[in-house]
Write a new protein. Structure first.
Length: 462
């Protein structure tokens, strides 16, 4: 039997254009997430949250450029796992993907937790785990039906989030002009270091860096983009810039309209205090509603991303081949999506602060490796190459090196608890890899980057 006689295998559907990719990234960022850490970082920086966002945005832009460069070279699913695998080999690629999964696996869970917490404040008679479980099952259903439906929901969710941000901005400006206060700082003061100097600003930026995870998520949709080599890099940078601009503007207006952050009822729910200050009870209720919708959208997109990473690793036999299965009708990685939902059931028993400690380590470690992958792939590729030009040294050497140093610096600003959890997760990955490769004596499977896998076994489907 020739390869042409074999039945056609399903592959991911190329349905996403540049606008859809940016919307996906912005939904993953969730514009209203600025209010999630608003009180915590405002307290850390003494009402200089905008300055911390500027530092975080600069750091993330360098890494976004590195993701764009690697996505242009390897326009397939897998994100940091794919890029590191190709640059440094299967062992390092596996450990990077394993570390990144610590971040991706628990991001959907945190969103389900937030939905439960916020809806329980409005409907206290219903336990929060009921809302969390219902949202988890609904997200799983949408993702099994396909990426096109997810994209349609993204449009509505981003529109609501942007509407809330615009309404807040308008009302904040109105509050500043009609009810001036002697306590209101100057327009530029929130962008300057406070009494504590740059230290608190840097510490705040380490927390805020996780708000920009959407640009990384865009890279996982390379096999579902219509023109991945062109659109994925552009969408990555645009997602970072647009998301960063929203965060900076909202935090700046908030710092001006509510300078006495000591009066927050709780730093964890500072967004509610902000909304009440500028818009009263109606805007507060609208804020809670939109926040829940945004958390749902973020939970949906984070599950899409991690399921495609697990799918790519299962397709390689780095994870068991069952994870590389696609649904025959909807062409979605249903086994991987189901596995993510099972992990997300931890939302029914874990607290938000415990879940949050499991995220930071994986994201920043993966960002660091992607920056190094750009340098290795473009300047020191396997087999050698001609001497790079000055432009190539700047684009593929200096910029990724700056991105690497910035992400490592943010990484070292994390808490001791985060390092304990992260290093334990990495150790478990190393043990699994040792078993998989018979004590590192065998090479892990390497991903096939061709668009079609005709004539191959089912576990190599794309």
């Amino acid at each position: 039997m020739t390869t042409t006689d074999l039945p056609a295998q399903p592959h991911l559907k190329r349905a996403l254009g540049p606008t859809a990719l940016v919307l996906f990234g912005l939904t993953y960022l969730a514009p209203v997430t600025v209010f999630t850490t608003y009180g915590i970082v405002t307290e850390t920086t003494d009402n200089h949250l905008p300055s911390a966002y500027v530092v975080a945005l600069v750091a993330m832009l360098f890494t976004a450029l590195s993701y764009g460069a690697m996505a242009r070279r390897y326009p397939v699913s897998g994100s940091a796992y794919t890029y590191t695998q190709q640059a440094f080999g299967g062992h390092i690629g596996f450990l990077t993907g394993w570390t990144l999964m610590l971040d991706y696996l628990f991001l959907p869970m945190i969103n389900f937790l937030l939905i439960g917490i916020y809806l329980n404040t409005q409907f206290p008679a219903v336990p929060q785990w009921v809302f969390a479980l219902a949202s988890l099952l609904l997200v799983l259903l949408f993702n099994l039906l396909g990426i096109t439906l997810v994209n349609k929901l993204n449009i509505a969710i981003v529109a609501l989030s942007v509407l809330l941000v615009v309404v807040f901005a308008v009302l904040a400006i109105k509050e500043l002009t009609t009810n001036p206060s002697a306590a209101t700082p100057s327009l530029i003061e929130p962008f300057l270091p406070g009494k504590g100097g740059l230290g608190p600003v840097f510490a705040g930026a380490a927390v805020l860096a996780l708000s920009f995870l959407g640009f990384d998520a865009v890279s996982t949709l390379s096999e579902e983009a219509k023109n991945p080599r062109r659109d994925i890099p552009r969408a990555i940078v645009l997602t970072t810039l647009v998301g960063g601009a929203i965060f900076i503007v909202v935090s700046w207006l908030g710092a001006l309209v509510f300078p006495n952050w000591h009066e927050f009822q709780s730093v964890d729910s500072a967004g509610v205090d902000l909304m009440a200050k500028v818009g009263g009870s109606f805007l507060t209720s609208f804020f809670v509603a939109v926040y829940v919708v945004g958390a749902f959208g973020s939970g949906m997109t984070t599950q899409v991303s991690v399921s495609r990473i697990i799918y790519a690793m299962g397709r390689d036999r780095v994870l068991p081949a069952i994870f590389g299965k696609l649904h025959q009708r909807f062409r979605t990685p249903w086994v991987a999506a189901l596995a993510v939902s099972i992990v997300s059931l931890l939302a029914l028993v874990l607290t938000l602060d415990v879940a949050a400690t499991m995220i930071s380590f994986g994201a920043l470690a993966a960002f660091s490796m992607v920056n190094l992958s750009v340098i290795r792939t473009h300047l020191f590729p396997k087999g050698g190459r001609n001497t790079p030009s000055t432009r190539e040294w700047l684009r593929y050497g200096l910029l990724p090196a700056i991105g690497f140093l910035l992400t490592v610096w943010l990484w070292t600003s994390l808490t001791a608890t985060t390092f304990i959890v992260g290093l334990s997760w990495m150790a478990a990955g190393a043990i699994y890899l040792a078993i998989l490769t018979r004590g590192f004596r065998r090479r892990p499977p390497v991903m096939d980057f061709s668009e079609q896998h005709e004539g191959k076994a089912e576990d190599t489907l794309v």
